[in-house]
Design a protein around this ligand. Structure first.
Ligand SMILES: Nc1ncnc2c1ncn2[C@@H]1O[C@H](COP(=O)(O)OP(=O)(O)OP(=O)(O)O)[C@@H](O)[C@H]1O
Ligand SMILES: [Mg+2]
Length: 389
């Protein structure tokens, strides 16, 4: 086959990017209610800007549309603001990749002022700079901090406190509005009591999707991403069926994408049930590639030790000592010195929901150890995972 035929060979996809995790579709079926609740919580930003500092906390398990709805809110609010001429900016940050309070402020400032100097300013200077930027531009800012539990785990909760009270500190109109997103509300416990109660009064919940809901979601996304008739109703039904125990739309869309790839490899113009079965054998909803990417080298090596241990030993829990043997072997294999911070790293894996630590023992979640091992080895050896990031 010539190069041109490879590039231009027919595909079941019309536009693969419509399945990308960063793409927000025009409609979010079965999330109308959550979007309405959020619009109600943030309406005063447009109707009476400066009068009230708005907040919301979005809670729900993985793949229930929290990030998608938060981004959609940004789109809707920005469009309305343009129409009625309110200076509104919407900034979305995933805090998983932000190390401390300075990095949070720096990312907000860079989003608002692309030429913002990166170095040299202290935390307090940056807070001041942010306030001046809002005042001078007569701006209203809605700031979404996604995966906010990472902030709390890193003890940078002060930044949430400071951002939510910035107008009190600098004595001005209320210009900064906050959305926090997480999988469960326990992360709020690390905030001070007053912040806890204001955030708890504005919780928007995202239930797991049921099978019929997943069916509707996948149908609409398939229509955008695949050629007409490439994906039958039976295929969509099977995908919805497989994803429904988790209620996770991301897993459903990943299955659809991967099944489509199998159809392309076989040169077929239709996705078959067998392609979905193969996709299911390769991916698991609890192995989330973004999370594996975010781990440090030693966290990856440790998680690999956990995976290898449970692949070999038929037990629900393992002691730290038993895992350390595997970990040291793996360090030898990858020719790195074992870390001195193994316990901290194990707790970091725990707080990210990748393992469970109970009474000093380590357990693995539902993900098959062999699939986790495969993903980690791939990541350690090539620095990449085969699935699209
Ligand atoms: N109602 C919906 N309609 C269409 N697509 C959806 C819907 N809900 C979720 N999705 C899609 O499913 C994927 C996962 O959704 P999203 O990223 O919003 O989940 P999440 O709740 O933020 O999960 P996590 O806690 O793991 O970050 C995204 O690709 C999103 O576009
Ligand atoms: Mg999310």
């Amino acid at each position: 086959m010539g190069l041109r035929e490879i590039i231009f060979r027919p595909s079941v996809f019309k536009d693969e990017s419509k399945l990308d995790i960063h793409y927000v579709p025009p409609r979010l079926p079965h999330r109308e209610e959550q979007l309405k609740q959020l619009l109600a919580l943030f309406s005063s930003v447009l109707i009476n800007p400066g009068s009230k500092a708005c907040r919301a906390v979005l809670l729900g398990s993985t793949g229930t549309g929290k990030t998608a709805v938060a981004l959609k809110l940004g789109e809707v609010m920005a469009e309305e603001a343009r129409r009625i001429k309110v200076n509104l900016r919407y900034v979305y940050l995933n805090t998983r990749v932000l190390k401390d309070g300075r990095e949070v402020l720096n990312s907000v400032l860079t989003a608002l002022i692309p030429s913002f100097p990166r170095r040299g300013l202290s935390y307090v200077d940056m807070l001041k700079a942010l306030w001046h930027c809002l005042e001078q531009g007569d701006l209203q800012l809605i700031l979404t901090l996604d995966e906010a539990h990472y902030l709390m785990a890193r003890q940078v909760k002060d930044v949430v406190y400071d951002l939510s009270r910035i107008h009190e500190q600098f004595r001005g109109a209320k210009r900064l509005h906050l959305i926090l997103i997480s999988r469960d509300e326990s992360f709020l416990e690390s905030l001070d009591k007053a912040s806890q109660s204001t955030f708890k009064a504005s919780i928007v919940r995202f239930n797991k999707y049921g099978m019929e809901e997943l069916y509707d979601i996948v149908s609409e996304r398939v229509e955008e991403a695949f050629q007409p008739n490439a994906v039958s109703r039976e295929v969509i039904r099977m995908i919805a069926d497989l994803a429904s125990p988790w209620g996770d739309a991301r897993y459903a869309l990943e299955l659809a994408w991967r099944a489509g790839k199998y159809a392309d490899v076989e040169g077929l113009d239709q996705v078959l049930l067998e392609h979905v079965r193969k996709a299911k054998a390769e991916i698991h909803p609890e192995i989330r590639r973004e999370e594996l990417y975010a781990l440090s080298l030693h966290q990856r090596l440790l998680l690999l030790a956990v995976a290898r241990y449970f692949k070999r030993v038929e037990q629900a829990y393992a002691s730290f000592e038993a895992l350390m043997k595997d970990y040291r072997l793996i360090c030898e294999e990858y020719e790195v010195k074992p870390s001195d911070e193994v316990v901290e790293d194990l707790y970091a894996l725990h707080s990210q929901g990748l393992i469970v630590i109970k009474e000093g023992q380590v357990g693995l979640l539902d993900a098959p150890a062999s699939m986790l091992e495969q993903a980690l080895v791939e990541l350690l050896n090539t620095g990449r995972l085969r699935w699209p990031a």
